[in-house]
Each structure stands twice: as structure tokens, then as C-alpha cells.
Design a binder for this molecule. Sequence first.
Ligand code: TXA
Ligand code: MG
Length: 344
Amino acid sequence: MKTYYLKINPEQFESSQLMPAADILVSGGLVAFPTETVYGLGAVVDHETALQNIFQVKGRPGDNPLILHIWHHRQLSGIVETVDPRYQKLIDAFWPGPLTLIFPKKANISPTVTAGLPTVAVRMPSHPVARELLRLVDRPVAAPSANLSGRPSPTRGEHVREDLDGKIPMIIDAGPCQAGIESTVLLLAEKPYILRPGSVTREMVEEILQEPVEVVTSGEKVDRPQAPGMKYRHYAPEAPVTLVEGEELAVIAAINRMIEETGENVVVLAFSEHLDCYRNVTVLDLGPRESPWIAAARLYDLLRSCDQMKAGRIYVEGLEKTGVGTAVENRLFKAAGGNVIHVS
Ligand code: TXA
Ligand code: MG
């Protein structure tokens, strides 16, 4: 299949430029499109073959459900049974934006979207290109991240091309995504749970709900509807990743010790302040230690560049687990396949 590559300037574009993409979606084709978090691989919700193609193209396990994307609040009533008043508060505060909410689903939503769960994930992206595309289509669009399953999510059009060129009819490239990590996924059971941390942080949700929110990413604590995606190794570059956490100087010393014991092609992901602390290895810049949102925006691009540099081994300085740092740490933990060293 020939993939058509559509370049869009997100700050200045005409709706008509997106018409071909909307046509493809409406007729059951797949389109990769930018959002404020990562690029998504979209299919309209009511086209069963298109939904199944998402799983096929990505190599995604069928038991990992998809998020529905909407542009208008009125679309929600076609997808979900009820909206808990606490959800309404979160919708008012964070939509459009990088927060996905899990609702009881309506019967008409295909089990292919929800992987057979009684619940459905919905979000309203804020990216102007995503919003305009969703407005033109005017049906919910199911979209996982537009990467091959297991690979780092795509935060640039080139990343999507690396993974999906020749496999889908169209990629819309609107440059780098602002947030760089996937949306926060939140479930309200008797208590609120964050199933996937993101740039809408626990602290931000607690302030709106005025109650404690638990971040559950391992799948142990929430016994009823879980995020099945939690069980897969994700976001991984080719080389093994070691995440090193602890006191700043101890982390640097530990990584330097490991560098001496390791063979060639070591890459270190370090904070800007520490770029000069490592000798004879490639050091990539996570941004300043105090600005985890910069690490979030860069993370997947850095992991993909490790592949391009044919890294043999990757060491990463750990982040503080507060604010957006929690989300970045979560993605690094998964990229490392749980290979984390604590030093002090
Ligand atoms: O930022 C994002 O959310 C991006 C962009 C494209 O919008 N999308 C994205 O989709 O990251 P995906 O498929 O890569 O991740 C969806 C996550 C998975 O962890 C999945 O398990 C969870 O959402 N999820 C979906 N439906 C769910 C449900 N009914 N209950 C619990 N978790 C659900
Ligand atoms: Mg994904």
C-alpha cells in the first residue's frame, strides 16, 4: 500500500486540507494523526473491519482496548451509559486535553474497541489538527498510539513513518507533539484510580475532586476493570534499558561504574546539569532536572534515536516521582522491563 504523507502546519491550516483524511476515515480506512500527547492511529468507531485493522497493523494484542476520541461533548451520550458527576467535574476542568476517562459503555459500542470490557475509554484531544479532523468526521474515532506494538510511541511524523509506512493509506504530519507522553487514564470506581499517569497529574485531579487519587500501574490493586495494557512491555527501544534511581550524585557514580563494566555503544540519558559527568559515551539530554515536562516531551524521540545510533546498552537517570515526573518514570520503568536499580 502506498502511504500518502500529508504535511500540515498546526498553527495555520485550512479545514479543506484535512478533507482527504476525513474521507479515508469515513470510508473505513486508517489515518495516523497528531494529538497533543502522541500520534494516534485512527479508525471510525462504527466500522468493524477498520477497527480490526488497527490491531492487525500495529500487531496489537486483541485484549488491549482502544480509546475513543471525540471533539464535541454531545458525542459522549452516544458512547456511554452514564456520566458520574465527579467525571463531569474532570471533563469541565480538563477537556479538551490529555485526560482519558473510563465510563460504562453503551451496548452499541463494538467489543473490538473495548476488548470485551463493559467499560469504554474516551478522551477529547486539544490538538487543533486532531480537533478539526474529528469535527469533519463527526463520529467517535478509536485511536491507539500510531506505533508498532511494543515500540516507543510516536511523537513526530517521522516516527509514524518508521513504523507504519506502506501499511496505512495516510499519515498526517504536523510536527512534534507537545506533551510527548500518552494521556492520563483515569477510572472512577468507589475511589478514583489513575491507571496510566500522564501530564494531567494526580495532584491536578485531586485538586478538582477534593479526594485522594491512587496511581495504580501494576494491576494489583484494582481488581475490577483494569487497564489490560498494563501487563505488556512497552515503549521499548532495541537495547536493554537500565533505570537508575536515587540520590543525584549516587546515580551518576553508579552509572559511571556500570559504564566501565559494559561493552561498546553505551548511551546515557541524563539531565542537562549532568551532561559532562560521563566520559567516552554518548549522552542524551533529558532537559533540566526540575522540568520533567521537558523529559516527557523528549523521551520517545530519545529512545528512538538510541535505536538509530545502534545503542548496545542504555542507562537512564531516574526522575522524582511527583507531577509529570511520575508519568515519565512509569514509561521508563516499562521501557526498562522493570530493570531498575536503586542507589543511595
Ligand atoms: O494520549 C493518548 O491516549 C494516545 C493518543 C493517540 O490519544 N492514545 C493512546 O492509546 O495512548 P493506547 O491504545 O496506546 O493506550 C490506551 C490505554 C491502554 O493502556 C488501555 O489498556 C487503556 O488505555 N484502556 C482503554 N480502554 C480501557 C478500559 N475500558 N478500561 C481500562 N483501560 C482502558
Ligand atoms: Mg500505545
